[in-house]
Design a protein around this ligand. Structure first.
Ligand SMILES: NC(=O)c1ccc[n+]([C@@H]2O[C@H](COP(=O)([O-])OP(=O)(O)OC[C@H]3O[C@@H](n4cnc5c(N)ncnc54)[C@H](OP(=O)(O)O)[C@@H]3O)[C@@H](O)[C@H]2O)c1
Length: 420
Protein backbone atom coordinates (compact mmCIF):
# COMPACT_ATOMS: atom_id res chain seq x y z
CA UNK A 1 0.00 0.00 0.00
CA UNK A 2 1.23 3.42 -0.93
CA UNK A 3 0.72 7.00 0.11
CA UNK A 4 1.85 9.11 -2.88
CA UNK A 5 2.32 12.85 -3.13
CA UNK A 6 1.12 13.96 -6.56
CA UNK A 7 2.70 17.23 -7.70
CA UNK A 8 0.73 19.22 -10.29
CA UNK A 9 -2.99 19.37 -10.84
CA UNK A 10 -3.46 20.02 -14.57
CA UNK A 11 -4.94 17.87 -17.32
CA UNK A 12 -2.66 14.84 -16.90
CA UNK A 13 -2.67 14.99 -13.09
CA UNK A 14 -6.44 15.03 -12.99
CA UNK A 15 -6.58 11.70 -14.86
CA UNK A 16 -3.69 10.14 -12.92
CA UNK A 17 -5.32 11.05 -9.59
CA UNK A 18 -8.76 9.77 -10.63
CA UNK A 19 -7.10 6.52 -11.77
CA UNK A 20 -5.29 6.24 -8.39
CA UNK A 21 -8.75 6.45 -6.84
CA UNK A 22 -9.88 3.53 -9.05
CA UNK A 23 -6.90 1.64 -7.57
CA UNK A 24 -7.62 2.34 -3.91
CA UNK A 25 -6.15 -1.04 -2.93
CA UNK A 26 -2.72 0.30 -3.86
CA UNK A 27 -3.40 3.96 -3.02
CA UNK A 28 -5.66 4.17 0.07
CA UNK A 29 -4.57 7.77 0.57
CA UNK A 30 -2.86 10.50 -1.44
CA UNK A 31 -1.99 14.18 -1.33
CA UNK A 32 -2.38 16.54 -4.30
CA UNK A 33 0.07 19.45 -4.16
CA UNK A 34 0.32 22.17 -6.77
CA UNK A 35 0.94 25.85 -7.35
CA UNK A 36 -2.78 26.68 -7.43
CA UNK A 37 -4.25 24.79 -4.49
CA UNK A 38 -7.83 25.70 -5.45
CA UNK A 39 -7.51 23.28 -8.41
CA UNK A 40 -6.41 20.50 -6.00
CA UNK A 41 -9.33 21.30 -3.69
CA UNK A 42 -11.80 21.22 -6.60
CA UNK A 43 -10.58 17.78 -7.73
CA UNK A 44 -10.64 16.46 -4.15
CA UNK A 45 -14.25 17.72 -3.80
CA UNK A 46 -15.25 16.06 -7.10
CA UNK A 47 -13.75 12.72 -6.05
CA UNK A 48 -15.27 12.86 -2.58
CA UNK A 49 -18.68 13.66 -4.03
CA UNK A 50 -18.30 10.60 -6.27
CA UNK A 51 -17.69 8.55 -3.09
CA UNK A 52 -13.99 7.71 -3.45
CA UNK A 53 -12.69 5.54 -0.60
CA UNK A 54 -9.25 7.23 -0.95
CA UNK A 55 -8.35 9.71 1.77
CA UNK A 56 -7.30 12.85 -0.14
CA UNK A 57 -5.47 15.87 1.24
CA UNK A 58 -4.16 18.90 -0.62
CA UNK A 59 -1.25 21.31 -0.28
CA UNK A 60 0.33 24.30 -1.96
CA UNK A 61 3.82 23.77 -3.33
CA UNK A 62 6.28 25.73 -5.41
CA UNK A 63 7.91 22.86 -7.26
CA UNK A 64 10.70 25.09 -8.57
CA UNK A 65 11.98 25.32 -4.99
CA UNK A 66 13.65 22.23 -3.51
CA UNK A 67 13.16 23.49 0.05
CA UNK A 68 9.45 24.03 -0.48
CA UNK A 69 9.02 20.54 -1.95
CA UNK A 70 10.93 19.09 1.03
CA UNK A 71 8.60 20.99 3.37
CA UNK A 72 5.53 19.40 1.76
CA UNK A 73 7.11 15.91 1.64
CA UNK A 74 8.12 16.12 5.30
CA UNK A 75 4.67 17.32 6.36
CA UNK A 76 2.81 14.57 4.44
CA UNK A 77 5.26 11.65 4.64
CA UNK A 78 4.69 9.96 1.24
CA UNK A 79 6.55 6.85 0.02
CA UNK A 80 6.71 8.23 -3.53
CA UNK A 81 6.23 11.42 -5.49
CA UNK A 82 4.36 11.33 -8.78
CA UNK A 83 5.55 14.39 -10.72
CA UNK A 84 2.84 15.51 -13.15
CA UNK A 85 3.79 19.18 -13.04
CA UNK A 86 6.04 20.42 -15.86
CA UNK A 87 9.43 19.12 -17.09
CA UNK A 88 10.99 22.33 -15.72
CA UNK A 89 10.50 20.99 -12.19
CA UNK A 90 11.98 17.48 -12.68
CA UNK A 91 15.39 18.15 -11.14
CA UNK A 92 14.10 20.09 -8.14
CA UNK A 93 11.62 17.30 -7.38
CA UNK A 94 14.30 14.60 -7.79
CA UNK A 95 16.57 16.51 -5.40
CA UNK A 96 13.78 16.76 -2.84
CA UNK A 97 12.97 13.03 -3.19
CA UNK A 98 16.63 12.14 -2.56
CA UNK A 99 16.81 14.44 0.46
CA UNK A 100 13.64 12.94 1.96
CA UNK A 101 14.18 9.28 0.95
CA UNK A 102 11.13 8.80 -1.32
CA UNK A 103 10.73 7.20 -4.76
CA UNK A 104 10.16 9.34 -7.87
CA UNK A 105 8.01 8.91 -11.00
CA UNK A 106 7.47 11.41 -13.86
CA UNK A 107 6.07 11.59 -17.40
CA UNK A 108 8.43 13.91 -19.27
CA UNK A 109 12.18 14.49 -19.27
CA UNK A 110 13.87 17.60 -17.94
CA UNK A 111 14.05 20.77 -19.93
CA UNK A 112 14.90 24.19 -18.58
CA UNK A 113 12.32 26.95 -18.46
CA UNK A 114 14.90 29.57 -19.42
CA UNK A 115 16.79 28.35 -22.47
CA UNK A 116 18.79 31.59 -22.52
CA UNK A 117 20.46 30.82 -19.18
CA UNK A 118 24.19 30.94 -20.06
CA UNK A 119 25.20 28.14 -17.66
CA UNK A 120 22.59 25.80 -19.18
CA UNK A 121 23.36 26.97 -22.76
CA UNK A 122 27.05 26.06 -22.44
CA UNK A 123 26.18 22.47 -21.46
CA UNK A 124 23.44 22.30 -24.10
CA UNK A 125 25.71 23.47 -26.90
CA UNK A 126 28.40 20.95 -25.94
CA UNK A 127 25.74 18.20 -25.98
CA UNK A 128 24.44 19.30 -29.40
CA UNK A 129 27.96 19.04 -30.79
CA UNK A 130 28.73 15.70 -29.16
CA UNK A 131 25.36 13.94 -29.54
CA UNK A 132 24.08 15.58 -32.73
CA UNK A 133 20.51 16.61 -31.83
CA UNK A 134 19.36 20.07 -30.86
CA UNK A 135 16.15 19.50 -28.82
CA UNK A 136 16.12 21.48 -25.58
CA UNK A 137 15.25 18.33 -23.64
CA UNK A 138 17.44 15.29 -23.17
CA UNK A 139 17.98 12.58 -20.57
CA UNK A 140 21.53 13.46 -19.57
CA UNK A 141 20.36 15.64 -16.67
CA UNK A 142 18.22 12.96 -15.07
CA UNK A 143 20.45 9.97 -15.92
CA UNK A 144 23.17 11.84 -14.00
CA UNK A 145 21.15 11.07 -10.83
CA UNK A 146 21.54 7.28 -11.25
CA UNK A 147 24.30 6.82 -8.70
CA UNK A 148 22.58 9.02 -6.12
CA UNK A 149 19.31 7.07 -6.38
CA UNK A 150 21.23 3.77 -6.33
CA UNK A 151 23.12 4.73 -3.19
CA UNK A 152 19.92 5.93 -1.51
CA UNK A 153 18.16 2.64 -2.40
CA UNK A 154 15.45 4.62 -4.22
CA UNK A 155 13.76 4.20 -7.60
CA UNK A 156 13.35 7.01 -10.11
CA UNK A 157 11.10 6.01 -13.01
CA UNK A 158 11.37 8.40 -15.97
CA UNK A 159 8.72 9.02 -18.59
CA UNK A 160 5.68 7.06 -17.43
CA UNK A 161 3.21 8.64 -19.84
CA UNK A 162 2.11 7.30 -23.23
CA UNK A 163 4.99 8.46 -25.39
CA UNK A 164 7.36 8.05 -23.68
CA UNK A 165 5.95 5.45 -21.36
CA UNK A 166 3.56 3.04 -23.01
CA UNK A 167 5.63 3.15 -26.22
CA UNK A 168 8.70 2.21 -24.14
CA UNK A 169 6.81 -0.70 -22.55
CA UNK A 170 5.50 -1.80 -26.00
CA UNK A 171 9.17 -1.95 -27.08
CA UNK A 172 10.19 -4.09 -24.10
CA UNK A 173 7.13 -6.31 -24.62
CA UNK A 174 7.88 -6.78 -28.33
CA UNK A 175 11.47 -7.72 -27.51
CA UNK A 176 10.42 -10.12 -24.74
CA UNK A 177 7.65 -11.94 -26.60
CA UNK A 178 7.96 -11.37 -30.37
CA UNK A 179 11.59 -10.87 -31.41
CA UNK A 180 15.11 -12.18 -30.94
CA UNK A 181 16.30 -8.83 -32.25
CA UNK A 182 14.46 -5.62 -33.11
CA UNK A 183 15.97 -3.71 -36.03
CA UNK A 184 13.59 -0.79 -36.55
CA UNK A 185 11.00 1.00 -34.42
CA UNK A 186 8.53 3.53 -35.84
CA UNK A 187 6.52 5.23 -33.12
CA UNK A 188 3.28 6.64 -34.56
CA UNK A 189 1.28 9.14 -32.54
CA UNK A 190 -2.03 9.90 -34.20
CA UNK A 191 -4.65 12.20 -32.77
CA UNK A 192 -7.74 11.95 -34.94
CA UNK A 193 -9.68 14.13 -32.49
CA UNK A 194 -11.42 17.41 -33.34
CA UNK A 195 -12.06 20.03 -30.61
CA UNK A 196 -13.71 22.55 -32.94
CA UNK A 197 -11.33 25.44 -32.12
CA UNK A 198 -9.26 26.99 -34.93
CA UNK A 199 -6.15 26.37 -32.79
CA UNK A 200 -5.51 24.69 -29.44
CA UNK A 201 -2.98 22.25 -28.02
CA UNK A 202 -3.90 19.01 -26.32
CA UNK A 203 -1.48 19.36 -23.46
CA UNK A 204 0.46 22.22 -21.91
CA UNK A 205 0.79 24.66 -24.88
CA UNK A 206 4.25 25.86 -23.94
CA UNK A 207 5.72 22.36 -23.75
CA UNK A 208 3.77 21.17 -26.79
CA UNK A 209 4.67 24.08 -29.10
CA UNK A 210 8.32 24.00 -28.11
CA UNK A 211 8.38 20.31 -29.03
CA UNK A 212 6.70 20.48 -32.40
CA UNK A 213 8.37 23.66 -33.69
CA UNK A 214 11.87 22.26 -33.09
CA UNK A 215 14.10 20.35 -35.51
CA UNK A 216 13.19 16.70 -36.04
CA UNK A 217 15.66 13.88 -35.62
CA UNK A 218 15.88 10.11 -35.72
CA UNK A 219 18.34 7.41 -34.75
CA UNK A 220 20.08 5.56 -37.56
CA UNK A 221 23.01 3.11 -37.37
CA UNK A 222 24.36 4.43 -34.09
CA UNK A 223 23.95 8.17 -34.60
CA UNK A 224 21.38 10.97 -34.80
CA UNK A 225 20.17 12.32 -38.13
CA UNK A 226 18.67 15.78 -37.74
CA UNK A 227 15.98 17.26 -40.01
CA UNK A 228 14.34 20.67 -40.34
CA UNK A 229 11.01 21.02 -38.49
CA UNK A 230 8.29 19.05 -40.33
CA UNK A 231 10.71 18.20 -43.16
CA UNK A 232 9.74 14.52 -43.34
CA UNK A 233 6.08 13.86 -44.03
CA UNK A 234 4.32 10.52 -44.50
CA UNK A 235 0.73 9.35 -44.75
CA UNK A 236 -0.54 6.39 -42.76
CA UNK A 237 -3.91 4.66 -42.62
CA UNK A 238 -4.48 4.29 -38.87
CA UNK A 239 -6.75 1.49 -37.63
CA UNK A 240 -10.07 2.98 -36.41
CA UNK A 241 -9.01 6.53 -37.37
CA UNK A 242 -8.22 6.50 -41.10
CA UNK A 243 -5.62 8.19 -43.31
CA UNK A 244 -3.65 11.04 -41.71
CA UNK A 245 -0.56 13.08 -42.59
CA UNK A 246 2.20 12.63 -40.04
CA UNK A 247 5.54 14.35 -39.56
CA UNK A 248 8.85 13.19 -38.15
CA UNK A 249 9.72 14.80 -34.79
CA UNK A 250 12.51 14.42 -32.30
CA UNK A 251 11.11 12.63 -29.26
CA UNK A 252 12.63 11.72 -25.94
CA UNK A 253 12.08 7.96 -25.98
CA UNK A 254 14.28 7.65 -29.08
CA UNK A 255 17.23 8.58 -26.87
CA UNK A 256 16.58 5.92 -24.25
CA UNK A 257 15.42 3.18 -26.64
CA UNK A 258 18.62 3.62 -28.68
CA UNK A 259 20.54 2.74 -25.51
CA UNK A 260 18.25 0.05 -24.14
CA UNK A 261 17.11 -1.99 -27.17
CA UNK A 262 20.18 -3.99 -28.21
CA UNK A 263 20.88 -4.15 -31.93
CA UNK A 264 18.28 -1.54 -32.93
CA UNK A 265 19.27 0.14 -36.20
CA UNK A 266 16.67 2.85 -36.71
CA UNK A 267 14.14 4.58 -34.46
CA UNK A 268 11.76 7.26 -35.75
CA UNK A 269 8.85 9.15 -34.22
CA UNK A 270 5.93 10.52 -36.23
CA UNK A 271 3.03 12.67 -35.06
CA UNK A 272 -0.08 13.59 -37.03
CA UNK A 273 -0.94 17.24 -37.65
CA UNK A 274 -3.62 18.83 -39.80
CA UNK A 275 -2.69 21.62 -42.22
CA UNK A 276 -4.60 24.23 -40.19
CA UNK A 277 -2.58 23.44 -37.03
CA UNK A 278 0.68 23.77 -38.94
CA UNK A 279 -0.33 27.04 -40.62
CA UNK A 280 -1.32 28.57 -37.26
CA UNK A 281 1.88 27.38 -35.65
CA UNK A 282 4.07 28.74 -38.46
CA UNK A 283 2.34 32.10 -38.27
CA UNK A 284 2.76 32.29 -34.47
CA UNK A 285 6.41 31.34 -34.86
CA UNK A 286 6.98 33.94 -37.61
CA UNK A 287 5.62 36.76 -35.44
CA UNK A 288 7.70 35.65 -32.44
CA UNK A 289 4.91 34.27 -30.27
CA UNK A 290 6.71 30.96 -29.67
CA UNK A 291 9.76 32.66 -28.22
CA UNK A 292 10.84 31.65 -24.72
CA UNK A 293 13.00 34.77 -24.30
CA UNK A 294 11.44 37.50 -22.15
CA UNK A 295 10.65 40.85 -23.81
CA UNK A 296 9.80 44.17 -22.23
CA UNK A 297 6.14 45.17 -22.77
CA UNK A 298 4.69 48.32 -21.20
CA UNK A 299 7.24 48.26 -18.42
CA UNK A 300 6.82 44.53 -17.69
CA UNK A 301 8.88 41.50 -18.71
CA UNK A 302 6.74 38.96 -20.54
CA UNK A 303 7.65 35.66 -22.17
CA UNK A 304 5.79 35.50 -25.51
CA UNK A 305 5.00 31.75 -25.35
CA UNK A 306 3.66 32.16 -21.80
CA UNK A 307 1.43 35.02 -22.95
CA UNK A 308 0.23 32.83 -25.82
CA UNK A 309 -0.59 30.08 -23.30
CA UNK A 310 -2.85 32.53 -21.47
CA UNK A 311 -4.74 33.21 -24.74
CA UNK A 312 -5.17 29.60 -25.87
CA UNK A 313 -7.88 27.27 -24.57
CA UNK A 314 -6.84 25.38 -21.42
CA UNK A 315 -6.16 21.78 -22.59
CA UNK A 316 -8.10 20.57 -19.56
CA UNK A 317 -11.21 22.32 -20.97
CA UNK A 318 -11.17 20.51 -24.33
CA UNK A 319 -12.81 17.35 -23.00
CA UNK A 320 -16.48 18.13 -23.64
CA UNK A 321 -15.81 19.43 -27.19
CA UNK A 322 -13.38 16.83 -28.52
CA UNK A 323 -14.69 14.01 -30.69
CA UNK A 324 -12.79 11.25 -32.49
CA UNK A 325 -10.05 8.85 -31.50
CA UNK A 326 -6.34 8.65 -30.88
CA UNK A 327 -4.21 5.76 -32.10
CA UNK A 328 -0.71 5.60 -30.62
CA UNK A 329 1.66 2.70 -31.04
CA UNK A 330 4.85 1.27 -32.48
CA UNK A 331 5.68 -0.71 -35.61
CA UNK A 332 8.58 -3.07 -34.91
CA UNK A 333 10.58 -5.04 -37.45
CA UNK A 334 13.33 -7.51 -36.76
CA UNK A 335 13.92 -11.23 -36.61
CA UNK A 336 12.45 -14.16 -34.70
CA UNK A 337 13.88 -17.67 -35.04
CA UNK A 338 15.90 -16.56 -38.05
CA UNK A 339 12.86 -15.20 -39.93
CA UNK A 340 11.94 -11.56 -40.57
CA UNK A 341 8.95 -10.31 -38.61
CA UNK A 342 6.96 -7.07 -38.41
CA UNK A 343 4.32 -6.25 -35.80
CA UNK A 344 2.33 -3.19 -34.79
CA UNK A 345 1.30 -2.72 -31.15
CA UNK A 346 -1.16 0.10 -30.60
CA UNK A 347 -3.94 1.50 -28.44
CA UNK A 348 -7.02 3.29 -29.71
CA UNK A 349 -8.64 5.72 -27.31
CA UNK A 350 -11.94 7.54 -27.83
CA UNK A 351 -12.04 11.21 -26.70
CA UNK A 352 -15.72 11.14 -25.77
CA UNK A 353 -15.43 7.84 -23.87
CA UNK A 354 -12.61 9.42 -21.79
CA UNK A 355 -14.76 12.46 -21.17
CA UNK A 356 -17.71 10.37 -20.04
CA UNK A 357 -15.51 8.38 -17.66
CA UNK A 358 -13.28 11.10 -16.15
CA UNK A 359 -14.21 14.47 -17.66
CA UNK A 360 -11.01 14.73 -19.73
CA UNK A 361 -9.93 14.36 -23.36
CA UNK A 362 -7.90 11.41 -24.61
CA UNK A 363 -4.45 13.08 -24.58
CA UNK A 364 -4.61 13.70 -20.83
CA UNK A 365 -6.22 10.27 -20.41
CA UNK A 366 -3.57 8.36 -22.35
CA UNK A 367 -0.85 10.08 -20.26
CA UNK A 368 -2.55 9.98 -16.86
CA UNK A 369 -3.38 6.26 -16.91
CA UNK A 370 0.27 5.12 -17.42
CA UNK A 371 1.41 7.69 -14.85
CA UNK A 372 -0.78 5.93 -12.29
CA UNK A 373 0.38 2.48 -13.47
CA UNK A 374 4.09 3.39 -13.23
CA UNK A 375 3.53 4.79 -9.74
CA UNK A 376 1.57 1.67 -8.71
CA UNK A 377 4.32 -0.70 -9.92
CA UNK A 378 7.01 1.23 -8.04
CA UNK A 379 4.73 1.42 -5.01
CA UNK A 380 3.89 -2.30 -4.93
CA UNK A 381 7.51 -3.33 -5.45
CA UNK A 382 7.11 -4.95 -8.90
CA UNK A 383 9.21 -2.20 -10.48
CA UNK A 384 11.18 -1.10 -7.47
CA UNK A 385 14.96 -1.22 -7.79
CA UNK A 386 17.60 1.32 -6.82
CA UNK A 387 18.60 3.73 -9.58
CA UNK A 388 17.16 5.80 -12.41
CA UNK A 389 15.24 3.88 -15.09
CA UNK A 390 13.31 4.33 -18.30
CA UNK A 391 10.28 2.10 -18.65
CA UNK A 392 11.74 -0.26 -21.26
CA UNK A 393 14.26 -1.35 -18.62
CA UNK A 394 11.48 -2.92 -16.52
CA UNK A 395 9.48 -6.15 -16.99
CA UNK A 396 6.71 -5.06 -19.38
CA UNK A 397 4.17 -7.76 -18.46
CA UNK A 398 2.55 -6.27 -15.32
CA UNK A 399 2.30 -2.86 -17.00
CA UNK A 400 0.69 -4.34 -20.13
CA UNK A 401 -1.86 -6.16 -17.95
CA UNK A 402 -2.71 -2.97 -16.09
CA UNK A 403 -3.17 -1.04 -19.36
CA UNK A 404 -5.99 -3.46 -20.23
CA UNK A 405 -7.43 -3.18 -16.74
CA UNK A 406 -7.35 0.64 -16.47
CA UNK A 407 -8.74 1.76 -19.81
CA UNK A 408 -5.97 1.53 -22.43
CA UNK A 409 -6.39 -1.87 -24.09
CA UNK A 410 -3.84 -2.67 -26.78
CA UNK A 411 -3.72 -4.70 -29.97
CA UNK A 412 -0.87 -6.68 -31.56
CA UNK A 413 -1.17 -6.78 -35.35
CA UNK A 414 1.14 -9.04 -37.38
CA UNK A 415 2.36 -7.80 -40.80
CA UNK A 416 0.95 -4.25 -40.68
CA UNK A 417 1.48 -1.66 -43.41
CA UNK A 418 4.90 -0.14 -42.80
CA UNK A 419 6.15 3.43 -43.13
CA UNK A 420 8.45 4.21 -46.03
N1 LIG B 1 4.71 11.19 -21.74
C1 LIG B 1 3.61 11.66 -22.32
O1 LIG B 1 2.98 10.93 -23.08
C2 LIG B 1 3.09 13.02 -22.03
C3 LIG B 1 2.02 13.51 -22.79
C4 LIG B 1 1.47 14.76 -22.45
C5 LIG B 1 2.01 15.48 -21.39
N2 LIG B 1 3.07 14.98 -20.69
C6 LIG B 1 3.66 15.73 -19.56
O2 LIG B 1 2.71 15.76 -18.51
C7 LIG B 1 2.98 16.88 -17.67
C8 LIG B 1 1.70 17.60 -17.33
O3 LIG B 1 1.06 18.07 -18.52
P1 LIG B 1 -0.36 18.81 -18.45
O4 LIG B 1 -0.88 18.87 -19.84
O5 LIG B 1 -1.16 18.18 -17.37
O6 LIG B 1 0.09 20.28 -18.00
P2 LIG B 1 -0.82 21.38 -17.30
O7 LIG B 1 -2.26 21.12 -17.55
O8 LIG B 1 -0.22 22.69 -17.66
O9 LIG B 1 -0.56 21.10 -15.73
C9 LIG B 1 0.65 21.38 -15.10
C10 LIG B 1 0.39 21.46 -13.61
O10 LIG B 1 1.63 21.69 -12.95
C11 LIG B 1 1.47 22.78 -12.08
N3 LIG B 1 2.71 23.52 -11.95
C12 LIG B 1 3.41 24.17 -12.92
N4 LIG B 1 4.48 24.78 -12.39
C13 LIG B 1 4.46 24.51 -11.07
C14 LIG B 1 5.31 24.85 -9.98
N5 LIG B 1 6.40 25.59 -10.16
N6 LIG B 1 4.98 24.41 -8.76
C15 LIG B 1 3.89 23.64 -8.58
N7 LIG B 1 3.04 23.28 -9.54
C16 LIG B 1 3.33 23.71 -10.77
C17 LIG B 1 0.43 23.66 -12.73
O11 LIG B 1 -0.09 24.54 -11.78
P3 LIG B 1 -1.13 25.72 -12.16
O12 LIG B 1 -2.44 25.06 -12.14
O13 LIG B 1 -0.93 26.75 -11.12
O14 LIG B 1 -0.74 26.20 -13.55
C18 LIG B 1 -0.55 22.61 -13.24
O15 LIG B 1 -1.41 22.18 -12.22
C19 LIG B 1 3.98 17.74 -18.46
O16 LIG B 1 5.29 17.49 -17.93
C20 LIG B 1 3.92 17.20 -19.85
O17 LIG B 1 5.13 17.36 -20.57
C21 LIG B 1 3.61 13.77 -20.98
Amino acid sequence: MSKPLVIGCGGVASVAIQKCCQNAGTFPELCIASRTVSKCDALKAKLEEAGTPVKITTATVNADDVEDIKRVITAYGPDLVLNVALPYQDLAIMDACLACGVHYVDTANYEPEDTDDPAWRAIYEKRCREEGFTAFFDYSWQWAYAQKFEQAGLTALLGSGFDPGVTSVFSAYALKHYFDEIHTIDILDCNGGDHGYPFATNFNPEINLREVSANGSYWQDGHWVETKPMEIKREYDFPQVGKKDMYLLHHEEIESLAKNIPGVRRIRFFMTFGQSYLTHMKCLENVGMLSTSPIEFEGKQIVPIQFLKALLPDPASLGPRTVGKTNIGCIFSGVKDGKPRTIYIYNVCDHQACYRELGSQAISYTTGVPAMIGAALVANGAWRKPGVFNLEQMDPDPFMEMLNQYGLPWVVQEDPATVE
